[in-house]
Design a binder for this molecule. Structure first.
Ligand code: G1P
Length: 287
């Protein structure tokens, strides 16, 4: 079984839900406590053994590449002043380990993943949607890679969602269950609550076989008039093993303002350096 060495980060989205914040900066650069969303996803990938990060970007997204570059002037100045570079850990990526490709038109998540086909090549790969901030130990993708070691094939991260929210997710038709693993018998993108086959949703982490690329090049537009990754994955079911894994991790939906604010609060409360002051403020409010 080939190991998972590459991860695709679809980061071309315009972030219109966060305007005006995202008028001039990519939404993936929005900060949770002290690091941008993209950094949480990249750190999770590194922890899972990923060696190459593939950003599928668009115009106005240069800050994402800069963030993982060596900032020569900054580092030289800090070093000459005797300051530690620790705060830059995991943003100074080895040369060649961050690659980017452009999604020239906003045609959907499936199209974004397909844009990375030449860089992915003929090997299994991960996909991480940075909007989904996953907090777990070990990290979400590391847990999925472990599951992959047992069953291979294709794996999506699965979580129960409220029935009234099925139209925001890819939804699984579940088959046999074995501990945290559920066989995926069907997948449908954003079904209405009354039409959803279950309430087991797909959240933004995937391990996929390279054959998905060929499928993505030929499927038509699906839900919302976009080329959907979910539709491409559905076409693999029955041809290759396909499982959902229910990871031990908390998901924060940072594609949504409320989820983003909650993520800031949750992560701040988990940090020794800021938690005491945040707690003191909450108790002043009587919370
Ligand atoms: C995407 C996928 C969807 C998945 C979701 C997880 O939707 O298309 O299948 O459930 O991410 O966050 P989006 O949130 O980009 O509309």
């Amino acid at each position: 079984m080939k190991s998972i060495r590459k991860a695709v980060f679809p980061v071309a989205g315009l972030g219109t839900r966060f305007l005006p914040a995202t008028k001039a900066i990519p939404k993936e650069m929005l900060t949770v406590v002290d690091r941008p969303l993209i950094q949480y996803a990249v750190e999770e990938a590194l922890e899972a053994g990923i060696e190459q990060m593939i950003f599928v970007t668009g115009r106005g997204k240069d800050a994402l590449e800069d963030h993982f570059d060596i900032a020569f002037e900054l580092e030289a100045t800090m070093t000459s002043r005797g300051k530690s570079l620790d705060a830059l850990d995991s943003t100074r990526m080895p040369a060649g380990s961050v690659v980017s490709v452009r999604q020239q038109q906003p045609l959907g998540l499936g199209h974004a993943v397909w844009c990375a086909r030449e860089i992915v090549g003929d090997e299994p790969f991960a996909v991480l949607l940075p909007d989904d901030l996953m907090v777990g130990r070990p990290g979400c993708l590391a847990q999925m890679v472990e599951a992959y070691g047992k069953v291979g094939g294709n794996i999506v991260c699965a979580q129960e969602v409220p029935r009234e929210r099925t139209a925001s997710y890819g939804i699984i038709t579940p088959g046999a269950q074995d501990g945290r693993l559920t066989e995926v018998k069907g997948l449908v993108e954003k079904p209405k609550p009354e039409e959803a086959p279950s309430t087991l949703g797909v959240v933004g982490r995937y391990i996929l076989q390279p054959e998905i690329m060929e499928i993505l090049s030929s499927i038509g537009k699906g839900a919302g008039g976009e080329i959907q990754l979910t539709d491409g994955m559905a076409a693999l079911i029955g041809r290759q093993p396909f499982h959902g894994v229910t990871v031990d991790a908390e998901r924060h939906d940072c594609g949504d303002k409320t989820g983003f604010v909650i993520a800031n609060l949750a992560l701040a409360l988990g940090r020794d350096d800021v938690a005491p002051a945040v707690r003191a403020y909450l108790s002043k409010l009587g919370l």
